[in-house]
Design a protein around this ligand. Structure first.
Ligand SMILES: [Zn+2]
Length: 275
């Protein structure tokens, strides 16, 4: 699944290629891709100009000049590509936006889990999917004052709590493992046992990890490519994720993989202690 840094990489790639272009036609080949009425989606989007592309956590926000935004969630395998070649369209191309410069913005999704929804731009904060999202790293809201109460109200393990997008958004399985390793906190530590210092360290490393991941263009742990077809290289910088059986880069103890809250979890049993 693309994580937030990968979606940010896609956003930056798409801005370069489609910002300011008019959508002259749309073909929806998989009706369930659209949440809501497909004809209404097509009629509203047609002839609008892509003003900008934003992002909230893992949602791409394609802002149109007619007051509407396409909220696009890539889920497991959704990808965008921009091409003028009809051969770029295949059986996994579920939405094709024709642009006024002769290019096409093509949405591909092998697993068909991705969704698009049209929503008034000035009421995005009312959207059910967006409004439940907690603060995300590198944003103004990602402060100790905002994060602490959201974390310590839980008695569950900190791994599960950090994955909960209503606590903080944008950290998926890979980056939670990396952040907890950086912070030297065992993934099974009950969230309400964390000290103020622990929370500050988690916030610092969440910001650092996401900044680094965005700079690296995301990771290709799964079959992820950005909108330009480039692979990210974040996977070369991971310290614990996927490194079970290898020495911890900090203390040389063998990294273990366990299940926490049903998710594969990588950690160092020496430097990450339960609090
Ligand atoms: Zn270690």
């Amino acid at each position: 699944m693309p994580e937030m840094p990968e979606v940010e990489t896609v956003r930056r790639g798409l801005i370069d290629q489609v910002k300011g272009k008019r959508i002259t036609d749309i073909e929806i080949r998989y009706q369930n891709l659209i949440t809501g009425d497909v004809n209404e989606f097509v009629e509203t989007v047609k002839n609008s100009v892509i003003e900008d592309i934003g992002r909230r956590a893992k949602f791409l926000l394609i802002h149109l000049d007619n007051g509407y935004t396409i909220i696009s969630h890539l889920r497991m395998e959704g990808k965008y590509k921009v091409s003028s070649d009809v051969n770029a369209i295949d059986k996994h191309s579920h939405a094709i936006f024709s642009l006024d410069d002769g290019q096409m913005l093509i949405y591909n999704d092998v697993r068909k889990f991705g969704r698009m929804q049209l929503w008034p731009t000035d009421r995005l904060f009312e959207n059910k999917s967006l409004k439940k999202l907690g603060p995300e790293p590198l944003s103004d809201e990602f402060t100790f004052e905002n994060i602490k109460p959201r974390v310590i109200k839980h008695r569950k393990d900190i791994k599960t709590v950090l994955l909960d997008q209503s606590v903080m958004s944008g950290l998926g399985n890979i980056y939670v493992d990396e952040v907890l390793w950086q912070a030297k906190i065992h993934p099974e530590t009950p969230a309400n046992h964390l000290t103020d210092e622990d929370i500050k360290i988690i916030i610092k490393h969440a910001n650092d990890e996401i900044r680094l991941a965005i700079q690296s263009g995301g990771s290709t742990v799964r079959s992820y490519l950005d909108a330009n077809g480039h692979k990210g290289n974040m996977q070369d910088r991971l310290q614990v994720y996927g490194k079970e059986g290898l020495p911890c880069p900090r203390c040389q103890t063998t990294i273990e993989k366990i299940k926490v809250g049903g998710r594969g979890t990588h950690f160092c049993p020496h430097c990450q202690v339960v609090k």
